[in-house]
Design a protein around this ligand. Structure first.
Ligand SMILES: [Zn+2]
Length: 151
């Protein structure tokens, strides 16, 4: 099973975002470095949910925003490690729509369940497969890296 490494700070930022936008979905990108041991996520970038038809169970990042995010990542020496969104009052499991709309092979898709405005379970799914046709989500282990003490 793959491992997603993420700092405590980014993990909490991502979950707090889902609580803020409740009862709507939040979404954003995760920036980090690809290592032999999986993605090391170092920052989260918030994105506006551009779906107005059904913002409670759909999410989308606009192409313009994606370009801005990619530029920000490059400026920090990072890459796009994946994307996150929330599931208001739904389990932290991917939906068929989530899979259909996921196109970044090798990136992680993190889902946080927000129940009654409170973030509960957070799961990460790696978009595995070599091509769009055989893509699939694989559950990953999330390993939270505690901040180093300020010495
Ligand atoms: Zn979803």
């Amino acid at each position: 099973m793959g491992v997603l490494h993420i700092t405590r700070e980014v993990y909490e930022q991502m979950r707090a975002h889902g609580e803020e936008t409740y009862p709507h979905e939040c979404c954003g990108a995760l920036l980090g470095k690809s290592t032999a041991d999986g993605w090391q996520v170092e920052a989260a970038v918030r994105a506006g949910n551009t779906r107005t038809d059904s913002a409670h169970n759909r999410y989308q990042i606009s192409p313009v925003e994606l370009i801005r995010i990619e530029r920000e990542a490059r400026g920090r020496g990072l890459g796009i490690a994946g994307f996150y969104h929330s599931h208001p009052d739904h389990p932290a499991q991917w939906s068929q729509t989530d899979l259909a709309e996921a196109h970044w092979l090798g990136c992680c898709y993190v889902i946080t369940a927000v129940a009654q405005g409170k973030a509960t379970v957070t799961n990460s799914f790696l978009l595995a497969g070599a091509t769009e046709e055989e893509k699939r989500f694989e559950l990953e282990i999330i390993r939270i890296k505690e901040a180093p003490s300020n010495l």
